[in-house]
Design a protein around this ligand. Sequence first.
Ligand SMILES: NC(=O)c1ccc[n+]([C@@H]2O[C@H](COP(=O)([O-])OP(=O)(O)OC[C@H]3O[C@@H](n4cnc5c(N)ncnc54)[C@H](OP(=O)(O)O)[C@@H]3O)[C@@H](O)[C@H]2O)c1
Length: 229
Amino acid sequence: MKKICIVGASGKLGQYLVQHSLDRGYQVVGVCRKVSVQKLDRFKGRITLFPGATNDREVIAKAVQGCDAVLTVLVPWGVNQYSTGTAQAVLDHAQPGARLVFSCGWHITMDGRDVYSPLFTTLVAIGGWIGRLLRIGDIDDQVEACRRVFTSNARWTVVRGSKLEEGESQGLPVCSAHVGDPILASNITRRVDFALFMAEALENDKLLHRAPAIVGCQTPSALAMKRTV
Ligand SMILES: NC(=O)c1ccc[n+]([C@@H]2O[C@H](COP(=O)([O-])OP(=O)(O)OC[C@H]3O[C@@H](n4cnc5c(N)ncnc54)[C@H](OP(=O)(O)O)[C@@H]3O)[C@@H](O)[C@H]2O)c1
């Protein structure tokens, strides 16, 4: 990895992705909305920015040129398929063979073998309904975005985040192929470590064509499972 692009660089997760990428010595290119450029002021002179909507195909085409990898924050904003447009633009324009890592939540399932609690399913359903009603977001858009990634031939990984919190890094999260695995029961990850997992995935070919669900490595469920191994 030499040069990588971060799509959605100005968000909370995106800024951590920028920091981890710079820490690894990568040349960093970022895409973020024009209104959010100033959120990245602390990286001025260290990253190259392409201001624009992350589903703007022209912006993405320019930004990913010559990049060995693309880290994409998939957020289902609005009701106009923002997430799907973002994922498709990255899939279409990333250079052949580029390593692609996408973020989403546990609610996304790749093979239908995730086991969700009734509470989780209810919260996703209510959240989705309210989002659509107020036209602020559409969870189905993120589902479609990930479906397109899952069926593509690109070198992808989709990292599925638990609930997130801020705080100092606790280290690389643990993961499982399926929600419902007891190791994930604590359902909480530091956002900085979500980004760490995505950055590490770039160099981990075992995660190719996988959608690991993650949880913080210091959470009770992660520690309990470690003790039993
Ligand atoms: N939040 C959670 O608890 C949670 C749980 C599990 C998984 N995840 C996943 O984690 C990732 C990051 O989520 P996050 O909640 O932590 O948010 P975040 O990192 O703050 O990212 C939000 C992104 O959405 C963009 N955005 C905000 N308003 C927008 C608008 N009106 N139109 C277009 N883009 C807009 C932001 O760009 P600007 O900087 O331009 O505003 C930013 O890139 C997502 O993939 C999410 O599915 C989140």
